[in-house]
Design a protein around this ligand. Structure first.
Ligand code: GLU
Length: 504
């Protein structure tokens, strides 16, 4: 029998900036599909309606296109298994959950949040696995019908066998067995009728004919629930290949708090897409001859999924910078000039900068010094740069630290939200807004006076802006002890920031 054509997918959620982790998954799924002559699908997992935004969805498309990772099916390009946005597939999930209910593999649950919290607290106190205790799983059909008819709020949960264990295979890790006693009776449909990730991902991967799931290892623990669903539906499970998590240099999971993580940052900083792809290709994988510099085409030619190692690869800026330099040196002057144009020296970008510059310029050439901090790197700052007539070092530290902490939590990087947040912060800290802004000006631009601060941040984007504040804190030599105290203090004022967009 001929085996099914290989079909892989990525399924990012359009919340926040397009993450390098998404680019990493996209690269390996793309290369795996291409190396088997298969297809690569893009699906948008936007069932979290409160956090999903069209801007974030667009940023995913833009960053994948910039990287040259095209998708055969998905939003914008279509395909025969659409729609490819989960919010447009609600009726499909409802149909499938009905099948589970009919077969007795799922049940309605009317438990209140208070009851669930109490169950959890008791299990925690008894050092048991925290999971739903199954109270509603034995309600009679009549009672369920009655309570639904009375309009009682409810969710739909999946059943989990009381005994036995789930055994599944990950291609890189071999067989994994998890007792059912550790698996929660997962909510499949929420009270707002939206499906949860677990239901939607299984239904979609099956209906879209996905043959291989390459995704991050943080999903390994979700497999038992998903495998149960495949079994309940009577569907074969795609092959699983969980890729290692990218890590910060301190080994922790790559996070925007410690490292720029947005693809947009790397694009705007002047990395070449092929260098970034090459670097991501080195994360847990290597060419058979161990060569470090290879093109996407060469990666496809040589790709062997079994060469992926599971130790957490470090996403290291220094190494990436070195690699990018290698690529830059290979370009002809004409090609280099073209890249610089594509990067920032084009009318689109200049038109964003001109309104900031126009008021302040006397000659056209003033453009260059005025915008240098937006386009280039800052010279290293020292403690003396932050000396200020009316502000002590302690206040400067507070401003930088608290603003950075609040920025780390921001979802929408927009001028008005940034402005409101800073006003709220300065008030909460009892500082005059003008004084409050000074350390931020210096950290951002290296000068006390620069182009408008909030516009600068919008132009630079969240990652670059935050990395300037992080560098400033480093320049001020903040000790670990000071950081801990500042973190604690920030938690205190965080609650007063309700007016801003910084809540978690
Ligand atoms: N929406 C999930 C994510 O954002 C997809 C996980 C998966 O690939 O199954 O990572």
């Amino acid at each position: 029998m001929e085996s099914a054509p290989v079909r892989t997918r990525i399924a990012p959620s359009p919340t926040g900036d397009p993450h390098v982790g998404t680019a990493y998954m996209a690269l390996f799924n793309w290369v795996f599909a291409r190396s088997h002559g298969g297809q690569f699908v893009l699906r948008i997992e936007d069932t979290d309606q409160a956090r999903s935004t069209p801007a974030s969805e667009q940023a995913i498309y833009d960053s994948l296109r910039w990287l040259g990772l095209d998708w055969d099916e998905g939003p914008e390009v279509g395909g025969e298994y659409g729609p490819y946005r989960q919010s447009e597939r609600k009726s499909i999930y409802h149909h499938h959950v009905e099948v589970l209910l009919e077969k007795g593999h799922a049940f309605h649950c009317f438990c209140s949040k208070e009851r669930l919290d109490a169950v959890r607290a008791e299990q925690q106190a008894n050092k048991q696995t925290t999971r739903y205790d199954g109270l509603c799983s034995s309600l009679s059909a009549d009672e369920v019908a009655d309570r639904i008819a009375r309009g009682e709020e409810h969710v739909i949960r999946m059943r989990v066998p009381e005994e036995g264990a789930c055994t599944y295979t990950d291609r890189l890790r071999g067989e994994i067995t998890i007792p059912f006693a550790q698996i929660d009776m997962q909510v499949l449909v929420k009270a707002d009728r939206m499906p949860t990730y677990h239901l939607a991902v299984v239904v979609d991967d099956h209906l879209m004919g996905i043959t291989h799931i390459l995704r991050g290892e943080e999903w390994l623990n979700s497999v038992p629930k998903q495998k149960l669903l495949y079994d309940y539906f009577g569907w074969p499970m795609p092959e699983l290949i969980h890729l290692p998590l990218l890590r910060n240099t301190d080994q922790s999971k790559l996070s925007k708090r410690k490292n720029p993580t947005s693809v947009t940052y790397y694009r705007d900083k002047g990395y070449l897409p092929e260098a970034l792809l090459n670097y991501l290709g080195l994360m847990g994988w290597s060419m058979p001859d161990e060569s470090e510099i290879f093109s996407l085409h060469q990666m496809v030619e040589a790709f062997d999924v079994d060469r992926i190692t599971t130790g957490g690869p470090i996403f290291d800026q220094t190494k990436l910078g070195w690699l990018n330099g290698q690529y830059l040196r290979e370009l002809s002057p004409q090609a280099y000039a073209q890249r610089v144009q594509d990067w920032m020296l084009n009318s689109d970008k200049l038109e964003q900068l001109i309104p900031l510059v126009q008021e302040r310029a006397e000659r056209l050439s003033d453009l260059v010094p005025l915008v240098s901090y937006l386009l280039g790197n800052l010279p290293a700052l020292g403690e003396a740069d932050f000396e200020h007539k009316s502000m002590q070092r302690a206040d400067v530290l507070k401003v930088l630290h608290h603003t950075l902490a609040a920025f780390d939590e921001m979802r929408d990087w927009r001028r008005d939200e940034l402005f409101a947040l800073c006003q709220a912060l300065s008030e909460a800290m009892g500082l005059k807004f003008r004084d409050f802004l000074v350390p931020l000006f210096i950290a951002t631009s290296g000068r006390a006076v620069s182009l408008p601060l909030f516009d600068s941040w919008v132009f630079m984007g969240s990652d670059l802006s935050r990395s300037r504040l992080r560098a400033a804190l480093d320049a001020l030599g903040v000790s670990n002890k000071e950081r801990k105290r500042l973190d604690k203090e920030y938690q205190g004022i965080r609650s007063t920031l309700a007016a801003s967009d910084a809540s978690n």
